[in-house]
Design a protein around this ligand. Structure first.
Ligand code: HEC
Length: 246
């Protein structure tokens, strides 16, 4: 009995920090269920990322060509739809290049008060739900230098990169202190369409942070299947060994 109690005690200890973390940030995050095996979603997300984010953010631990291969794009498609950065001579960078840009840390600090962070690993640092909520939580705020704030990341230095798509929101706080964001100026997309676009973008960021995860999940399925089949054989073997022992 004693070992059992010890194991239970250890389990409770191990769970402790997890339940503490669940207290979470002030604004509750919306959950997003991304599927990194969904190539169409990844492609749409990549399109958004290269059109709206790479001007300021790099993803310098990843190469364009790897993204092209993993997302099932031909080299031509990759060059036409995703490579917009140029080298010193003004030529488009080669598909084998790392995803960098011309934004220096010094320029970032001058323009936004802070150097723009690299986004290769951001999905692992912040988590998918945080990114999904953050990118949907910009609101108008006269008191900020760029006239925009974020309910998930208060006083963020980043302007709303997707205002054309989402439009502009205003923040309302009700008497219980719940924050509600309301679109006051419509963008090109409806609310649900914008949410879907952000899900695609987060799917891509999640892939970017861990490009092997789709492959890992696929291999994991085979491993589980193998273990199941092996369990059957192990059981038969056990029956064979013990059949004369009573
Ligand atoms: C005009 C420049 C600019 C553009 C365009 C831009 N960002 Fe940013 N972004 C910033 C700056 C500056 C920060 C740092 C903000 C801070 O820490 O206060 C930032 C911060 C972030 C962060 C928080 C990183 C962290 O962990 O602190 C995320 C996530 C992010 N950006 C995602 C995006 C995505 C996704 C896009 C494209 C849809 C995008 N950004 C487009 C300038 C930009």
């Amino acid at each position: 009995m004693k070992p059992l109690i010890a194991i239970l005690a250890l389990a409770v200890l191990a769970l402790g920090p997890v339940s503490l973390q669940a207290a979470g940030p002030a604004v509750p995050l919306d959950r997003v269920n991304v599927d990194v095996t969904n190539q169409a979603s990844l492609q749409r997300g990549a399109q958004l990322f290269f059109n709206y984010c790479v001007g300021c953010h790099s993803a310098q631990y990843m190469r364009y060509s790897r993204v092209g291969d993993d997302l099932g794009l031909t080299e031509n498609q990759l060059i036409q739809s995703m490579i917009f950065t140029t080298d010193e001579e003004g030529e488009l960078v080669a598909p084998g290049s790392l995803i960098t840009n011309a934004m220096t840390a010094a320029y970032g600090e001058e323009a936004f008060g802070i150097a723009t962070p690299d986004l290769t690993l951001v999905a692992r640092v912040r988590g998918q739900d945080w990114l999904y909520s953050f990118l949907r939580s910009f609101y108008l705020d006269e008191s900020r230098p760029l006239g925009v704030n974020n309910a998930v990341f208060e006083n963020v230095g980043m302007p709303h990169p997707l205002w054309e798509l989402q439009g502009w929101q205003e923040k309302h706080v009700d008497r219980e202190g719940n924050v509600r964001l309301q679109v006051v100026e419509a963008g090109m997309l409806s609310g649900p369409e914008y949410d879907r676009a952000i899900r695609d973008l987060v799917t891509f960021l999640s892939y970017l942070a861990e490009p092997m995860q789709a492959e890992r999940q696929r291999i994991g399925m085979y491993v589980m299947l193998f273990l199941l089949v092996f369990l059957g054989f192990a059981y038969l073997l056990k029956k064979e060994y013990w059949k004369d022992v009573h």
